[in-house]
Design a protein around this ligand. Structure first.
Ligand code: SF4
Length: 281
């Protein structure tokens, strides 16, 4: 099935640009590190809040059936789930996938298992914020920089699509030039490098970081979690150990048509010109 063969209100809204084509899934909330700006207060000791494999496969299949065009998988660190390489491969049979990762778990065993993604429509989007280890690791974790710059060429050499995401409050031209030279040298071209702001949700609030974001700043990208469906991947954030629900659409996530149609009704209620300015992609 392709988007052009799908009828219905969601397919129509996606085709005309009323509704973004991507559906996000939060695979889990736990992480092996604890970045200072993490939207979800993820870390080694937080509740995993896992969206189980069957639920993720159902979202992927139903998203394609409804007329969405792309999928995103985020967390937490998604590769803490051992089944993730095979699960991403399965999911990508329905729609192309971007999967966000900190790329710090790609030692030999995981690299061997990640081979299953070679040549598939799965892009791993890897966080790399600064061209220097000290500045990068200060916001993320000790040895983060070294692990990331080691992992990226290994993944590229395996034929796996890699994107770089830089999350910063600001970066000057000289530092950005050095960062871009670094990612090109690692095998990632400019078109696969995204720069995005820190958003003042989650742990960023406690560090006085980030820009404020209200609903009209955020693309209406349907986001499915174990706790419900949200307006945006910036919605199901955590602060003070509690899930934020200001961008919750509905606790009902299955069938996917329920939150999808609820989101479409909300989008259609937005005033014209209320274009969103932030994105997680
Ligand atoms: S920003 Fe990503 S890598 Fe950092 S703690 Fe949060 S989930 Fe983990």
């Amino acid at each position: 099935m392709t988007a052009s063969t799908v009828d219905g209100p969601i397919a129509g809204a996606v085709a005309e640009g009323t509704l973004p084509g991507r559906v996000w899934m939060y695979a889990n909330y736990h992480c092996n590190i604890a970045c200072v700006y993490c939207l979800t207060e993820s870390g080694p000791r937080v509740a995993p809040r896992v969206l189980d494999a069957q639920a993720m496969l159902d979202v992927a299949r139903q998203a394609a059936e409804l007329g969405f065009t792309d999928l995103g998988v985020t967390g937490g660190e998604i590769f803490l789930r051992p089944e993730m390489p095979d699960l991403l491969a399965e999911i990508s049979r329905h729609l192309p996938v971007i999967a966000l990762t900190n790329a710090t778990l790609f030692q030999r065993r995981l690299l061997d298992r990640i081979d299953v993604l070679a040549g598939l429509p799965v892009a791993l989007q890897i966080s790399l914020d600064r061209p220097d280890a000290d500045a990068n690791d200060a916001m993320r974790a000790p040895d983060n920089f070294a692990k990331v710059v080691a992992a990226i060429p290994e993944l590229v050499a395996r034929g796996i699509s890699v994107r770089i995401a830089t999350t910063v409050e600001s970066i000057d031209d000289v530092e950005l030039d050095r960062l871009c030279a670094l990612h090109r040298g690692l095998g990632v071209p400019d078109e696969d490098h995204v720069i995005r702001p820190i958003v003042a949700r989650g742990r960023a609030i406690d560090h006085g970081l980030g820009v404020g974001a209200v609903v009209t700043d955020l693309p209406a990208e349907l986001t499915i979690t174990a706790d419900g469906a949200f307006w945006s991947p910036f919605g199901p954030t955590v602060h003070g150990g509690l899930l934020d629900t200001d961008l919750l659409i509905t606790r009902t996530t299955a069938p996917l048509s329920v939150p999808a149609k609820a989101l479409l009704r909300l989008v259609e209620g937005q005033p014209r010109g209320a274009d969103s300015a932030l994105n997680i992609r």
